[in-house]
Write a protein that binds this ligand. Structure first.
Ligand code: ADP
Ligand code: MG
Ligand code: MG
Length: 876
């Protein structure tokens, strides 16, 4: 027996959408539920794949088609295109994943110069019947021409609203002429030829440009193909007691209970969504045709009961008789998703675990972003990369220190830079939003902004950013001028576009509660998520404020407290002295100055996270990042020399900056290497942590610091730092009389660390995967450079479907993670393992970390609720 390529509706079911497409599978399901579906059959996606591969229909398909068509004709007691009383069919695309409007459908197949008369006669033979028949015929020529033969849409002028039968007949004549002009052949008069050509065209529409683009956006694989449904036509264009409509069993925008839909009398197919005429509501339908309305409501409740979810449907009423043409579990907004899931739990239809499966972290994060009121927005000035979502309004400021100063005075500012650098951090922290003219989703600005929950638009290339203003064409925005940036769309506006913080964000951060249905549903599902998840969720937070906010949002600790920003600002000069020190005395003096400042930093965070673990990462970035730029210094020194002055300090600095210059700083002197090269640096940090913790303990607190060593690649590195740290801890315990219990662990972010995890676990009480660096070094991609250069090409080529910096590359980087988890635990069974890279807040990655047995993920505070939800979704 060969493969079966054609299935009658009665032979399929809703779980066969991969074979029959979503439309076909659900038409089959409705048929088997006894609902009024016009008879028909489905040609499988497998036939489509064969056709696309060979350019020809697979052998055997023609015979199967003949048999199913004959069966359909005998059920309908009509023959396809019979001049006396024709059977007409629709030829409808239907892919396994919904691709709304992306592919093609041809209605009224079977109409010819001969059968159009028969159709009119069988519809009653009066003026109305002729109007209907000629209207159907002109639609066929139009759809067939466009879809099957690529005739441009403009070739067929839309008919005026009030054409009578003769007018429509004349229109058909002119359409046929256009068709012939564009294709060089007459409109086919053989119904079976029409059918065959339409089927091939639907297959081909799988590869239409817009379909390909849509799949890329939605990450739908390219090699699935579409099914084709052949459905006996029913007619909504048979006069005022006929019509066509779409409906939802609940409101897809808000989730509110109750049917919701649009109806158009005397219309066919796409007329409703095409917006040609104003549609009526379902209430209007109830008045016009109470019986069909009642039947429709009854069917919708059958469908909801059966699919246990919101369904959307397409229906047609032919002379008072209701027909179902499509249903599927309907798309909905993020807000509606939560509301409906909670409603269905209340209605006893699903349980809370199922409700978790019905919502997603991506939807939750959408609900948390502030939004612009787009109705009130002007035209954007420019559009860049939507790098970190949110809606930010503020005064444009071009210097990070000015930005910090203005913010300290209570101004809302947007930091505008060509690109950002680590040194800009104070300004980035202070700003409402960050706008750059260069770089993409993984640029410094974008990564930092996402980490901090700041709104960011980057790479807005239309902007010319200067020292204290930017221009777009003739328009100039000076420092202090208000602009608005939309991190969800990438749009940049002049002036203040009105924004609103979302109710969900206000509720979850504790700044305002609401008994709004969305807020209630989100809370309820998060509570259940916390009960169901195995993964812990911590936050990446560097300041007491962020730590407090993280707690509000449900973080169970801090998984990554970076210390680099603690070395910036006023402290730069001290750090400069530390870097420039050539002897122990100068170095120790600088460290002694930093110690009390660091102690205060750590005390603040440990206090905000009292009773919860705080993983403090020892200093990571290359030291030269704390020094002024080589170019600036060189210019200053040269200018001084020109004036005949001695540049003293600057000259010294310049020499040091030159000395420390690295070609590849990210692969250079940073992390543990720095700690081993600059004597006393890590010891000072450990001491600051220990003293802060001892003081808090003595005062009755419950500080739980953990010390994390960055960039370890060999156990020997960690052993050296560990020995030094243990000495300091012992010493502080002796001095203060308080025993501080601080676990010492390491980041796993250098591939070698992952591959020697068994050894490294010998010196580490915990691991934390730094998946950003692990990805960067695993692929050999410089995170700061890839975006502008080759990533978009890689995405186009399908080398990866999504940037590996956004979502963990399971096969490669993920394999390193797996190895490190297994070998680390094999050598130390109680090894505690977390993730602190950006992937810790990415839904897909969270599912992966759950699978490989990591203990917790850590992400930016704002993503904590998303991570709680996704961790539970991975577990149920
Ligand atoms: P899409 O997937 O773009 O919605 P469809 O295949 O559902 O395309 O068809 C387009 C329109 O034609 C829909 O409104 C549908 O209800 C209508 N339609 C399809 N088949 C028939 C049919 N056999 N009888 C009447 N209307 C039909
Ligand atoms: Mg449809
Ligand atoms: Mg790192």
């Amino acid at each position: 027996m060969g493969t079966t390529f054609v299935y009658d509706f009665a032979a399929g079911g809703k779980d066969q959408s991969l074979l029959l497409g979503g439309k076909g599978a659900n038409l089959a399901e409705m048929t088997n539920l006894g609902l009024p579906v016009p008879p028909g059959f489905t040609i499988t996606t497998e036939a489509c794949r064969a056709y696309l591969a060979t350019g020809d229909l697979p052998s055997g398909l023609a015979e199967e088609l003949d048999a199913h068509l004959a069966a359909l004709e005998s059920t309908m007691e009509r023959r396809l295109g019979d001049p006396a009383d024709p059977l007409l069919v629709s030829v409808r695309s239907g892919a396994p994943f919904s691709m709304p409007g992306m592919m093609e459908t041809v209605l009224n197949v079977g109409l010819t110069d001969a059968s159009v008369e028969g159709l009119a006669a069988s519809a009653g033979g009066d003026e109305g019947a002729y109007r209907f028949a000629w209207d159907s015929y002109r639609r066929l020529i139009q759809m067939f021409g466009r879809t099957v033969c690529d005739v441009p849409a403009e070739a067929f002028a839309e008919p005026g609203a009030d054409l009578d039968a003769d007018g429509l007949r004349a229109l058909v004549a002119s359409y046929k002429k256009s068709f012939e002009q564009h294709t060089g052949t007459a409109f086919p008069q053989d119904p079976r030829e029409q059918l065959d050509l339409a089927i091939r065209a639907v297959f081909r529409s799988w590869n239409a440009d817009r379909a390909v683009l849509y799949r890329r956006q939605e990450r739908i694989p390219d090699d699935i193909g579409t099914a084709v449904n052949i459905v006996a036509m029913v007619f909504g264009n048979l006069g005022e007691n006929s019509g066509t409509g779409v409906a939802f069993t609940r409101d897809p925008a808000t989730g509110q209970r109750g049917a919701y839909g649009d109806y158009l009398p005397d219309a066919q197919g796409e007329d409703v969504v095409a917006g040609i005429r104003n549609t009526l509501t379902l209430d209007d339908l109830r008045e016009r045709d109470p019986a069909s309305y009642a039947r429709l409501i009854e069917i919708m409740s059958v469908l909801e009961g059966h699919y246990r979810d919101l369904c959307d449907i397409e229906f047609t009423i032919e002379r008072g008789r209701l027909w179902m043409l499509q249903t599927r579990v309907g798309k909905r907004t993020a807000a509606a998703a939560f509301v409906i899931a909670a409603q269905l739990v209340d209605e006893g239809v699903i349980d809370l675990d199922e409700a978790l499966r019905r919502v997603s972290g991506a939807q939750l994060s959408r609900l948390m972003f502030p939004t612009f009121d787009l109705d009130a927005a002007p035209e954007p000035l420019a559009t860049g990369v939507a790098a970190a979502p949110g809606a930010a309004v503020g005064a444009a400021v071009f210097d990070p220190h000015r930005a910090a100063a203005l913010a300290a005075q209570g101004r809302d500012v947007i930091l505008v830079r060509r690109e950002t650098m680590p040194d800009d951090l104070p300004g980035m922290i202070a700003a409402r939003g960050i706008l750059t003219s260069r770089g993409g989703k993984t640029s410094h600005a974008a990564v930092v902004a996402r980490g901090m929950g700041r709104t960011c638009v980057c790479g807005a290339e239309a902007l010319r950013v200067e020292a204290d203003r930017f221009t777009v064409g003739d328009l100039v925005i000076n420092e202090g001028d208000v602009i608005s940036i939309d991190g969800t769309s990438g749009a940049v506006y002049a002036g203040a576009v009105p924004v609103r913080e979302s109710d969900v964000a206000r509720a979850l951060t504790g700044t305002g509660d609401s008994d709004d249905a969305v807020v209630v549903a989100v809370r309820r599902l998060l509570t259940h998520a916390d009960a169901r998840r195995r993964l812990g969720v911590r936050a990446n937070a560097d300041t007491p404020d962020d730590a407090a906010r993280a707690r509000q949002l449900g973080a169970q600790g801090i998984g990554l407290c970076r210390t680099e920003h603690m070395f910036l600002g006023d402290r730069r000069q001290v750090v400069e002295r530390l870097v420039l020190a050539t002897d122990d005395e100068a170095r120790n003096a600088a460290l002694a100055e930093l110690l009390p400042l660091q102690r205060e930093d750590f005390a603040g965070i440990l206090r905000a996270m009292d009773g919860h673990p705080v993983t403090i990462r020892l200093l990571d970035p290359p030291l030269h990042e704390f020094l002024p730029s080589l170019e600036d210094l060189a210019v200053r020194v040269a200018l001084a020399a020109e004036r005949g002055e001695h540049a003293g300090h600057d000259e010294e600095l310049l020499a040091a900056v030159r000395r420390m210059h690295e070609q590849n700083p990210m692969l250079g002197l940073r992390g543990v290497r720095l700690g081993l090269v600059v004597p006393g640096l890590f010891a000072m940090q450990v001491r600051a942590v220990a003293e802060a913790a001892a003081a808090l303990s003595a005062a009755g607190g419950d500080p739980r610091p953990e010390l994390m060593v960055p960039l370890v690649g060999a156990v020997q590195e960690l052993e050296a730092v560990r020995a030094e740290a243990l000495d300091v801890l012992r010493l502080v315990a002796k001095e203060t009389g308080v025993e501080v219990d601080a676990a010492i662990g390491t980041m796993i972010e250098v591939p070698r660390a992952a591959l020697t995890a068994g050894d490294i676990a010998g010196a580490a009480e915990f691991f934390s995967f730094g998946t950003n660096d692990l990805t960067q070094m695993g692929w050999g991609f410089s995170r700061d450079d890839v975006e502008g250069s080759f990533f978009s090409r890689y995405l186009d080529l399908g080398i990866f479907g999504v940037s590996p910096f956004e979502s963990i590359d399971r096969a490669g980087v993920g394999r390193l993670v797996r190895i490190a988890v297994e070998e680390g635990r094999a050598s130390r069974p109680d090894l505690h393992i977390g993730v602190c890279g950006e992937h810790g807040g990415d839904p897909d990655s969270i599912h992966f970390f759950h699978e490989v047995g990591v203990d917790y993920v850590s992400c930016s505070p704002f993503r904590v609720p998303v991570a709680r939800l996704e961790a539970a979704r991975a577990a149920v």
